[in-house]
Design a protein around this ligand. Structure first.
Ligand code: ATP
Length: 248
C-alpha cells in the first residue's frame, strides 16, 4: 500500500447558525488505498466532519470557520459538492437516502450521471456492483422504498460505486442494521477497497466492527480528536477497550 495522502483535514472549526461551535479543531489524514475510521458517540461531530469535507454544510447553516481541507494537495473547501464528485470524492449519507420511488437499478444508475464514458462502461459497472451485492441483482426491479434497511444501505453504497469514485465518505453504515448485516456490509467495503482500490473514510459509532475492518482510526469526542492510531493498536488500547469496546 502506498502512503500517498489523498485527503487532509487541518485543524478545522465548524460553527452552525453562526454560534454553535461543533468542531473545535479537527485534523485527520486519509491515505490512498486505506480504510480510515472516524469513531465517536452520538453527537461527537462525525457527520459534521464528513459534511464539512464534502461541502454539504451550507444547507444546514453550518460553516467551516477555521482550518483547511485539501484533496490531493488542493484546497477544496470552497468548491461545490458536485465539483468534489468530479474529483472522485463521493459521500454516502447516513440513513441510506435512496430515491424511494425508483427501482433499485434506477437508483444505481443515477450514480453514473456525471459520467461521460458511455453506456458500455456503465453497464459493466452495474455488473460490478451486482457482483459485490448479489442481493441487489435479485431486487433490481423492486421499488427502493419497499426494500429492507440493509438493501437500501447496499443500494446507497452501490450507487456511490457507480460514479467510479476514488474516495467514498461513508456515514454510519451500520446504523439500524442487524449485526449479521453490519458484518456483511463491512465485508463488502473491505473487498471493494482491496479489489477496486477505493479509499474509504467511514464514520461509525460501532467501534468494535469499525476497528476490525479499518486500517487506521480517529476518535472524536465533543468536536475534538482525542486519540488516533492504527486500528490494531486502538483495539488493544485500555481506554478504547473500556470506553468504546465495552470490555472494562
Ligand atoms: P450522530 O451519530 O448522531 O450523527 P455525529 O457524531 O455524527 O452524531 P453530528 O451529527 O456531527 O454528530 O453532530 C454534532 C453536534 O452538532 C451535535 O451536538 C448536534 O446537535 C450539532 N448539530 C448537528 N447539525 C446541526 C445543525 N444543523 N444545527 C445546529 N447544530 C447541529
Amino acid at each position: 500500500r502506498t502512503q500517498e495522502t489523498l485527503l487532509e483535514v487541518n485543524n478545522i472549526e465548524v460553527i452552525y447558525n453562526h454560534v454553535i461551535l461543533v468542531l473545535k479543531g479537527v485534523s485527520l489524514s486519509v491515505p490512498k488505498g486505506g480504510v480510515t475510521a472516524l469513531l465517536g458517540g452520538n453527537g461527537a461531530g462525525k457527520t459534521t466532519t464528513l459534511k464539512a469535507i464534502s461541502n454539504l454544510l451550507h444547507s444546514e447553516r453550518g460553516e467551516v470557520t477555521k482550518g483547511s481541507i485539501l484533496y490531493r494537495g488542493e484546497r477544496v473547501q470552497d468548491l461545490g459538492p458536485s465539483d468534489l464528485v468530479k474529483k472522485g470524492v463521493i459521500q454516502v449519507m447516513e440513513g441510506r437516502h435512496c430515491f424511494e420511488h425508483l427501482t433499485v437499478e434506477d437508483n444505481l444508475l443515477t450514480g453514473a450521471y456525471t459520467r461521460t464514458d458511455g453506456k458500455g462502461a456503465i453497464a459493466a459497472d452495474l455488473d460490478m456492483v451486482y457482483t459485490y451485492f448479489p442481493r441487489l441483482k435479485e431486487r433490481r426491479k423492486s421499488q427502493a422504498g419497499y426494500t429492507s434497511g440493509g438493501e437500501q444501505q447496499m443500494t446507497a453504497i452501490g450507487r456511490a460505486l457507480m460514479s467510479r469514485p476514488e474516495t467514498i465518505l461513508l456515514d454510519e453504515p451500520s446504523m439500524g442494521l442487524a449485526p449479521q448485516l453490519v458484518e456483511q456490509i463491512f465485508e463488502i467495503v473491505k473487498s471493494v477497497n482491496e479489489n477496486e482500490g477505493v479509499t474509504f473514510l467511514l464514520a461509525e459509532q460501532n467501534t468494535n466492527v469499525a476497528l476490525r475492518y479499518a486500517h487506521y482510526g480517529y476518535i472524536l469526542e465533543s468536536g475534538r480528536i482525542v486519540m488516533d492510531g492504527p486500528a490494531a493498536a486502538l483495539r488493544e488500547n485500555p481506554d478504547v477497550k473500556e470506553f468504546y469496546l465495552g470490555m472494562a
